[in-house]
Design a protein around this ligand. Structure first.
Ligand code: SAH
Length: 344
């Protein structure tokens, strides 16, 4: 059975019209789902009996169940959800000064094969539907409701490559962004890609203000080829050209994510190469301390190396920030998601 979360507002209007029902039912339903956040169609008291019957017979609501929850020392919470077909996905809730942010998973497993990342250790089993991504947000928002708290930010940075599941991710963003529902501001939604160039071009044409983050991790093709297989398909020149076009269309600031790997991409030379690559762009670099993944053998750069790297970028007029680690002790940090779970 399909989850009703698979439908954006417009999809619901179309659905009701097609079924010969009133279009305004979409607004009522959307409000029950995303504002009042009820978990049962029968509780939607202003819907007609027929509408409730139609919904309950054809749709379910929550497409996932909570299997486990781990809370780290810093309050970061990792949720393990089971989808209807038994697949497991994880989402991570982070607490910032500016609000609460949920890191959402877009695929069960991942095929991108980045050498340093745990999420790709499980090959892609399938894409998540938009409803399954909305379901992650709704499950966490419903828990936050108990404390009178609200999710203010969403990052599509969990397991999976969002631009390898483009349509569903866009529908997901539309649904959570809609003013008539959760109303998570477009500027509070970030999509992170390892560099699927054709989709960057498509994304540039979307009339939306979502943020785009690029997982870069290396300033030259030689090195990026070794770390990220996607670079064979879309080398840096092609990637940078797509990003320049993206910015020419919509003028949005870009984020580049750069994990510092000890002795691999963290030298002064790499910093200078990176500065040269990004010179003049409306962008900033988010330097990410590497979170160790047992199977991969990379190490975290030392603090003084990290700071030196940061200094060189700043001196070369590339803005950058150092990412704080979240939830490292519970394997909820970047690149550590892998749905580790023993059954039974
Ligand atoms: N596929 C998308 C979405 C995943 S985002 C992308 O690549 O952008 C996950 C982010 O965490 C990416 O920037 C990724 O490169 C980074 N990451 C992966 N493994 C990591 C690790 N072990 N330590 C720190 N960051 C990691």
């Amino acid at each position: 059975m399909k989850t009703i979360y698979d439908y954006s507002f417009n999809d619901l209007e179309t659905l009701f019209l097609e079924k010969g029902m009133k279009k305004y039912r979409a607004a009522q339903l959307f409000s029950w789902l995303y504002r009042k956040r009820v978990s049962d169609f029968a509780a939607m008291s202003d819907l007609s009996k027929d509408t409730i019957a139609f919904l309950s017979e054809n749709y379910e609501m929550d497409p996932l169940t909570l299997k486990d929850r781990q809370i780290s020392r810093d309050g970061t919470t990792k949720f393990l959800f089971q989808l209807k077909d038994g697949s497991l996905v994880e989402s991570v809730l982070m607490h910032f000064d500016y609000g609460k942010s949920l890191c959402v998973t877009s695929q069960v497993g991942c095929n991108m094969g980045c050498r340093f990342c745990a999420s790709g250790l499980l090959k892609k089993q399938r894409d998540c539907t938009s409803g399954e991504m909305v379901g992650q947000v709704m499950a966490v928002q419903k828990m936050l409701d108990e404390q009178g708290e609200r999710l203010s930010h969403v990052v599509v940075m969990g397991t999976g490559e969002p631009f390898d599941n483009y349509e569903a991710v866009m529908r997901f963003c539309r649904t959570i962004n809609d003013d008539r529902g959760l109303a998570i501001g477009a500027r509070h939604i970030t999509i992170s890609t390892c560099g699927v160039v054709p989709k960057i071009a498509e994304f540039a044409k979307e009339k939306v203000q979502y943020n785009l983050a690029i997982s870069l991790h290396a300033p030259t093709d030689e090195l990026r080829d070794q770390l990220m297989p996607i670079n064979h398909a879309y080398p840096l020149e092609v990637l940078m050209e797509a990003l320049r076009e993206y910015q020419a269309t919509n003028n949005r600031k870009l984020t580049f994510e750069y994990i510092l790997l000890k002795g691999v991409n963290d030298s002064e030379m790499h910093a200078r190469q990176l500065a040269r690559l990004l010179r003049g762009m409306n962008a900033y670099v988010n330097l990410i301390p590497y979170n160790p993944v047992d199977e991969h053998g990379f190490q975290t750069s030392e603090d003084f190396v990290t700071l030196h790297f940061y200094d060189i970028l700043m001196k070369n007029h590339v803005k950058c920030t150092l990412r704080q680690k979240h939830g490292e002790d519970i394997d909820a940090a970047c690149g550590q998601l892998r749905a580790k779970y023993e059954r039974g």
